[in-house]
Design a protein around this ligand. Structure first.
Ligand SMILES: Nc1ncnc2c1ncn2[C@@H]1O[C@H](COP(=O)(O)OP(=O)(O)O)[C@@H](O)[C@H]1O
Ligand SMILES: [Mg+2]
Length: 288
């Protein structure tokens, strides 16, 4: 049984002029325990809306979401809130840390809603988690005194301290420079793996997306499996020109290997539909 299963999930909103905006149009997605999945897409295609539904922050307009065998539509508001706290850890582009509180207090915060050992030993658990993200010597530092990469590491510690089954990361490297973003993703991948948490990462960055075992593109509310090769994701030549060659005299050598700066258009070139050779999507690899 899959950990998460979305079938035919739609989300629409009624705009002030009474038009209906269909943000998600029939999403099918299954994610197994411990699996790493990435979703790429242009701005405004519904990525955050999808992540909010997955994390029980929002509900589908139609379709079904089954979490660990339980159709979430049948849960009470209170039960959904409890599962949100126990099953999910969130990492956001803008870190969303509590300013004016120390790193330790930020990581302790989710444990205030926990029970048993997680509650009683919250300061020890939070300190251990900050140690794991390399911030053992910054427990008493406030976020505004930390660099962006360090703040995101605090946010990762906060997301993981309750050992969630799923980490939902919405553009986790979007506010970081390329090297820092890469370090942060290494950390997120590693700790998720050690904890056995599934990781669903939304990103513009093909290098980030290519780390995941399965990759999808969200376009106009429709989710499609794709394959991004790590090689094409890592070189601007491939990003700038579909043929994999540098884009001529206009090519910016300074941007090589910085796919985060290359925007969505290149994603369209490199992120091609899944081909059977990659065998990444169950059921699609049998065709050849
Ligand atoms: N509650 C809402 N009311 C009206 N429009 C919304 C609402 N939520 C999202 N949208 C619109 O739906 C589209 C998708 O939003 P979002 O999921 O944030 O996209 P992404 O994260 O891919 O940039 C955007 O055009 C956004 O303005
Ligand atoms: Mg978004």
């Amino acid at each position: 049984m899959s950990l998460l299963e979305l079938s035919g999930v739609t989300r629409s909103v009624v705009l002030p002029d009474d038009r209906t905006l269909e943000i998600l149009r029939g999403i099918d997605l299954t994610v197994d325990a411990g699996e790493h999945v990435s979703i790429v897409g242009r701005s405004g295609t519904g990525k955050s809306t999808l992540l909010n539904i997955l994390g029980l922050l929002d509900a589908p307009t139609s379709g079904e979401y089954v979490l660990d065998g339980v159709p979430i539509g049948r849960l009470s508001g209170r039960a959904r809130a409890r599962r949100r706290g126990t099953d999910f850890g969130f990492v956001f582009q803008q870190f969303n840390l509590l300013q004016g509180r120390t790193a330790l207090e930020n990581v302790v915060a989710p444990l205030l809603y926990a029970r048993g050992r997680q509650f009683w030993q919250r300061r020890t658990l939070a300190a251990e988690m900050l140690e794991r993200v390399g911030l053992g010597d910054r427990l008493d530092t406030r976020p505004e005194k930390l660099s962006g990469g360090e703040q995101q590491r605090v946010a990762i510690a906060r997301a993981l301290v309750r050992v969630p089954r799923v980490i939902l990361a919405d553009e986790p490297t979007g506010a970081l420079d390329v090297d820092t973003g890469s370090e942060v993703m290494d950390l997120l991948d590693t700790i998720a793996r050690e904890n056995g948490s599934a990781l669903i990462a939304i990103t513009h960055d093909l290098a980030v997306a290519s780390r995941a075992a399965r990759q999808f593109r969200l376009a106009e509310g429709v989710l499609t499996p794709i394959a991004i090769s790590a090689r094409s994701a890592g070189s601007l030549g491939a990003l700038g020109a579909p043929g994999g060659q540098p884009s001529g005299p206009g090519a910016d050598p300074g941007a090589a290997g910085h796919p985060a700066e290359s925007g969505d258009d290149q994603a369209e070139h490199v992120a091609r539909p899944l081909v059977p050779a990659h065998g990444a999507a169950p059921g699609e690899g049998d065709a050849a």
